[in-house]
Design a protein around this ligand. Structure first.
Ligand code: NI
Length: 168
C-alpha cells in the first residue's frame, strides 16, 4: 500500500479525459487499494483516478458516517438522472474551498467493480452527488467549473499562492 500524490487545481493534468478500463488485473487492484488508503488518509469521501494522475475511468468512495463502506466504481455510467439539489461541495484537489453546486439528486448508475463484475444500482442524496462529482473528474471537470469566473479565479490564485509558499 502507498499514499498517492493528489494533484491540485489548476494543475492541467486534472483536465485529462480518462480512458475506459479494459483489464481487471493486479495493477488495477493495487491502484484501487492505494486510492482507498489515500482517500481515507486525506480524509475525503471520494477520489477519482484522475486526481492521482492515473487517467482511467475509476473512482473510489465511502459516504458512510462510519467510514467502513468502501465502494469502487470502474467505467461508471449514469443511465438516468432526476430531480435536483444544491449541496456544499469540496474536493481534495481544491483543498480548503467549499461551494454550493446544483446536481441531480437521484441517479441510476451502471458500473463494474474492481473484478469487472457489472451491476446497476440507484443512488440519492450525498451518494448521488459524490458519484456525479467523481465522474466529472474522469471527464477533466472540477466542481469549480460550476462557479462564476470571478469565484473560480479567486480560488485559483489562492491555491497558486499556497503552492508557491509550500515550494519556497
Ligand atoms: Ni473532487
Amino acid at each position: 500500500m502507498a499514499l498517492l500524490n493528489i494533484l491540485h487545481f489548476p494543475d492541467p493534468r486534472l483536465r485529462t479525459v480518462a480512458k475506459t478500463v479494459d483489464e481487471f488485473d493486479e495493477s488495477l487492484r493495487q491502484l484501487v487499494s492505494d486510492m482507498f488508503e489515500t482517500m481515507y488518509e486525506a480524509p475525503g469521501i471520494g477520489l477519482a483516478a484522475t486526481q492521482v494522475d492515473r487517467h482511467i475511468r475509476l473512482l473510489t468512495m465511502d459516504v458512510s458516517e462510519t467510514h467502513n463502506q468502501p465502494r469502487c466504481l470502474v467505467n461508471p455510467e449514469i443511465l438516468q438522472a432526476d430531480g435536483d439539489e444544491e449541496m456544499d461541495e469540496g474536493c481534495l484537489s481544491v483543498p480548503g474551498f467549499y461551494e454550493k453546486v446544483r446536481r441531480a439528486d437521484h441517479i441510476r448508475v451502471r458500473a463494474c467493480d474492481q473484478d469487472g463484475t457489472l451491476s446497476e444500482f440507484e443512488a440519492e442524496g450525498i451518494e448521488a452527488v459524490c458519484i456525479q462529482h467523481e465522474m466529472d473528474h474522469l471527464d477533466g471537470k472540477l466542481f469549480v467549473d460550476y462557479l462564476s469566473n470571478l469565484k473560480r479565479n479567486r480560488i485559483r490564485s489562492k491555491l497558486l499562492k499556497m503552492e508557491k509558499q509550500k515550494a519556497g
